[in-house]
Design a protein around this ligand. Structure first.
Ligand SMILES: C[S@@+](CC[C@H](N)C(=O)[O-])C[C@H]1O[C@@H](n2cnc3c(N)ncnc32)[C@H](O)[C@@H]1O
Length: 210
């Protein structure tokens, strides 16, 4: 089952990869770019994990003084991210194909983990968030931008009804309870701030206890 979920997500993103940046352009231009800049301004590292790098939309915002490891499940998305790296960045940025639910890193390895619009599509989000916790040092931080189930009940119920067909077509879940998933995985939530009305997009900051 888990394997099937993973293959479904990978195949959807491999299919979308050539069109992803064009499809997202209006959101990127008017909203996401501002939020990405704010998020990456807070990251000091030095060792940072980006989960679900996709086509590399965060790469222009990476601070110069961090060592970044980026992972993604989809070779099609990852290929595009790799094309964005220039020679100077290749020493301190490494991008790998890897499943967030089963990472090939030692415990307590990174100072911070970042994920933007990723845990809507990781097949088992709590498992992925537990893995992020495992590979982050005690006291290390998690920074997320995520869309999720809306706060108003009428909208939330409509999203729940549409969740399955949208997931089948795109690999994305639109009605996840991501703040609660972060807590369930063992992170201490520091902030979960609504960026849009209805709380559909949130900026979440959490810390690994200890
Ligand atoms: C909506 S895209 C977001 C990409 C990028 N973070 C951004 O902000 O544009 C979601 C990405 O998460 C990746 N992803 C989904 N499940 C994953 C998993 N289990 N492990 C690693 N990456 C995953 C997908 O392949 C895709 O590239």
């Amino acid at each position: 089952m888990a394997q099937r979920g993973k293959q479904h997500t990978r195949s959807r993103y491999d299919l979308i990869a050539p069109f992803y940046n064009i499809m997202e352009w209006p959101l990127e231009r008017f909203l996401f770019s501002r939020w990405r800049k704010q998020l990456w301004n807070q990251i000091t590292g030095p060792k940072v994990l980006e989960i679900g790098v996709g086509t590399g939309k965060n790469i222009p915002y990476y601070p110069d003084n961090i060592a970044l490891t980026g992972i993604d499940l989809s070779p099609g998305m990852l290929k595009r991210a790799k094309q964005l790296l220039d020679k100077n960045q290749q020493d301190r940025i490494s991008l790998k194909e890897m499943d967030a639910q089963d990472m090939d890193f030692p415990d307590n390895h990174f100072d911070a983990a970042v994920a933007t619009f990723v845990f809507c599509s990781v097949p088992d989000p709590i498992l992925g968030l537990k893995e992020a916790l495992r590979v982050t040092k005690p006291g290390g931080t998690l920074h997320m931008l995520e869309h999720m189930r809306a706060n108003p009940p009428v909208l939330a119920s409509a999203m729940e009804k549409l969740d399955s067909p949208i997931h089948y077509l795109s690999g994305v879940h639109i009605a996840r309870r991501t703040v609660s998933n972060v807590k369930k995985a063992g992170w201490d939530i520091e902030t979960a701030r609504d960026l849009t009305s209805g709380g559909i997009v949130k900026k979440i900051e959490a810390t690994k206890p200890g």
